[in-house]
Ligand binder design. Structure first.
Ligand SMILES: Nc1ncnc2c1ncn2[C@@H]1O[C@H](COP(=O)(O)OP(=O)(O)OP(=O)(O)O)[C@@H](O)[C@H]1O
Ligand SMILES: [Mg+2]
Length: 256
C-alpha cells in the first residue's frame, strides 16, 4: 500500500501510510491508541475504502479495498463469537457464509480442535469457555478461512501475561506449520518483537509509519530470547519511538 489516507469527517485516522509485505512474512504493528491501526486493517480486509489517491496492490495487481473482501482472513479486535453457536459452529462461520457445506466444514474444524487446544470442547458455548479458549476459537475461525493473508487485531489483548506468553509460542508453532502471511497488531512491544519478522511503529494520529525494524532473531523463537542483548536493544529503540508518539497524542488529546 502507498499513500493510503483515511478521514472520518474531521478526524484523519491515516495519512500517507505505506507498507509492503512479502508472502509468508510476519509483520507486527505497534502504535499509540487511536493512531489508526484498526482503520488500516479495515481497509486491508476490504471493509473500508481509503481516501482518493491511496494505492493498494495485492499479488502484483492494483485493486480497490472492496476487492479484498473475502480474500484475506481477519480477526477483529473483539473476538465476536456468536453466543448461540457452539465452538465448532463458531469456528466454521466464515466458511459457511462462503457457501461451504456445513458437514465438511464441521469435519475440518473437528480435526483442527486438538491443535488449537480445544479437543473435547466442540459442543461448548462461548460463555462456558475461558478468555484464552475464546481467543483460540476466534483464531481457529481465522485459520479455517484459508487465505494467504491473515490480519490479527490484538488477538491476545484480553489475556493475562502468562496465558499470553503461552499463546504467543503456540501461535508461532501453528504459523511454522501453516505458513501464512500475517499482519498482527499489538500494544505489547515484547510480543511484537518476539513474534515478528519485522516490527512497524506507527506515528500518533494521523497514522503513518514512524519506524520499521527487521527482527533478526533466530527461529524457532525461544522464551530466553527476551533477555538477549539484540532483543533488549531493539525493545529500547521501539519503546522510545512509541513513547514519543504517545506523548504527542496525549498532548493533542488534552489540548496541553
Ligand atoms: N467508522 C469510524 N467513524 C468515525 N471515526 C472513526 C471510525 N473508525 C475509526 N475512527 C476514528 O479513527 C481514529 C483511529 O481509530 P482506530 O480504531 O483505527 O485506532 P487504533 O489505532 O486501532 O486504536 P486502539 O489501539 O485503541 O485500538 C480514532 O480517532 C477513531 O475515533
Ligand atoms: Mg484498534
Amino acid at each position: 500500500m502507498r499513500e493510503v489516507s483515511k478521514s472520518f469527517g474531521t478526524v484523519q485516522a491515516l495519512r500517507g501510510f505505506a507498507l509492503s509485505v512479502q508472502g509468508g512474512e510476519f509483520v507486527t504493528v505497534v502504535g499509540p491508541s487511536g493512531c489508526g491501526k484498526s482503520t488500516l486493517f479495515n481497509i486491508v480486509a476490504g471493509l473500508d475504502e481509503p481516501d482518493d489517491g491511496g494505492i493498494l496492490r495485492f499479488k502484483d495487481r492494483g485493486c480497490h479495498a472492496r476487492e479484498l473482501l473475502g480474500r484475506v482472513s481477519f480477526m477483529p479486535q473483539r473476538d465476536l463469537l456468536l453466543p448461540w453457536r457452539n465452538v465448532i459452529d463458531n469456528a466454521i462461520l466464515a466458511n459457511e457464509i462462503e457457501g461451504a457445506s456445513r458437514r465438511d466444514a464441521r469435519a475440518r474444524a473437528l480435526a483442527m480442535l486438538p491443535e488449537f487446544g480445544l479437543a473435547g470442547f466442540e459442543k461448548q458455548y462461548p460463555h462456558q469457555l475461558s478468555g484464552g479458549m475464546r481467543q483460540r476459537v476466534a483464531l481457529m475461525r481465522t485459520f479455517l478461512f484459508e487465505r494467504e493473508l491473515m490480519l490479527l487485531d490484538e488477538p491476545f489483548g484480553a489475556l493475562d501475561a502468562l496465558t499470553r506468553t503461552m499463546m504467543q509460542r503456540w501461535l508461532l508453532d501453528v504459523w511454522q506449520r501453516h505458513r501464512r502471511t500475517i499482519l498482527f497488531i499489538t500494544h505489547d512491544v515484547d510480543e511484537a518483537i518476539f513474534l515478528g519478522d519485522r516490527v512497524l511503529v506507527m506515528t500518533a494520529r494521523p497514522g503513518a509509519v514512524k519506524l520499521a525494524r527487521q527482527v533478526d532473531l533466530p527461529r524457532p523463537r525461544t522464551p530466553d530470547l527476551v533477555t538477549a542483548p539484540e532483543f533488549v536493544a531493539l525493545k529500547r529503540e521501539i519503546l522510545d519511538a512509541i513513547e514519543e508518539e504517545a506523548m504527542k497524542s496525549f498532548i493533542a488529546s488534552t489540548g496541553a
